[in-house]
Design a protein around this ligand. Structure first.
Ligand SMILES: NC(=O)c1ccc[n+]([C@@H]2O[C@H](COP(=O)([O-])OP(=O)(O)OC[C@H]3O[C@@H](n4cnc5c(N)ncnc54)[C@H](OP(=O)(O)O)[C@@H]3O)[C@@H](O)[C@H]2O)c1
Length: 257
């Protein structure tokens, strides 16, 4: 288009087109979301599907997983992230169907909240098995694939619990601190291979997590919803992959207590 024919309105259109072209397009990307059968993971999976990605979700409870997959249009792989065989089967299933993958969202997580003097070994190890060992096993296999492909995206769903300690946080908060350390180590190793490692830290979000962890949660319009976190994940992924957000912390503005 010649310079003289540019009007203010066509210049706005050209600016918008240029902006769109310099985003990462999620259409036809292949993504894996662990713990995609509920809460934040399900919302992330749905948001990626609505953006045109092909998404595989995992979880342990087959009925919950199949129902979620059917609702949002995802592929389901019943798998426990802390089980190495399950992790291997997850990746084999994805590669058989799609031949490659672009995005891993390490979201599966559980919580146990007890004072130190009441902490039992089984609870402590259960939290670390899913939140830390599971993230490592999933991340390790993704990293092999991404290094070979010279690019990829890992999003670790941590928590504001990865940023500070508090009473009753011995298992959960320590696991999220550990996940934060994994994020930083992977970023150091993988950046030179064009792999973006991104951490998201939600504060309280209304999901079944609290009830499963044994503490009451009251819903309120002022509190964060899973879709708020999904929007943030979509947004950091959509940034052109010449750059990336290292870590993003999300608080409710003024949540009801
Ligand atoms: N809700 C919050 O306030 C909040 C705040 C900050 C961070 N987070 C983090 O956000 C992530 C998602 O939590 P959420 O609130 O969405 O919880 P949620 O609704 O309870 O969902 C957890 C998901 O993870 C799956 N899962 C749990 N253990 C697993 C394992 N070993 N292997 C595979 N899947 C497993 C669950 O399915 P199955 O049980 O069927 O396996 C479910 O799909 C967690 O990492 C959590 O720590 C949550």
């Amino acid at each position: 288009m010649g310079r003289l024919t540019r009007t203010p309105s066509t210049m706005v259109v050209m600016t918008r087109l240029r902006y769109t072209e310099t985003q990462m397009n999620l259409t036809n990307k292949v993504a894996i979301v662990t713990g995609g059968s509920s809460g934040i993971g399900r919302a992330i999976a749905e948001s990626l599907i609505l953006s045109g990605s092909h998404v595989t979700i995992t979880g342990r409870d087959p009925a919950k997983l199949e129902a979620a997959a059917a609702d949002i249009g995802a592929q389901a792989v019943r798998a426990d992230v802390s089980n190495e065989q399950d992790v291997g089967r997850t990746y084999r299933t994805v590669l058989e169907k799609f031949g490659h993958f672009d995005i891993l969202v390490n979201n599966a997580g559980i919580g146990v909240f007890k004072p130190l003097v009441e902490m039992d070994l089984a609870s402590f190890e259960r939290v670390f098995a899913t939140n830390v060992t599971g993230a490592m096993l999933m991340g390790r296999e993704a990293a092999k694939h991404f290094v070979a492909r010279k690019g990829g995206h890992i999003v670790n769903i941590a928590s504001t619990a990865s940023l500070h300690g508090a009473a009753n946080g011995t298992a959960y908060m320590a696991s999220k601190f550990a996940l934060r350390a994994l994020t930083e180590c992977w970023r150091s190793e993988l950046r030179k291979h064009n792999v973006r490692v991104i951490q998201i830290n939600p504060s309280e979000v209304i999901t079944p997590f609290a009830e499963a962890a044994g503490f009451p949660q009251t819903d309120h319009p002022s509190k964060l919803q899973p879709e708020d976190i999904a929007n943030m994940v979509k947004s950091v992924l959509e940034m052109h992959d010449r750059g990336f957000t290292t870590e993003l912390t999300v608080f409710a503005t003024n949540p009801a207590t």
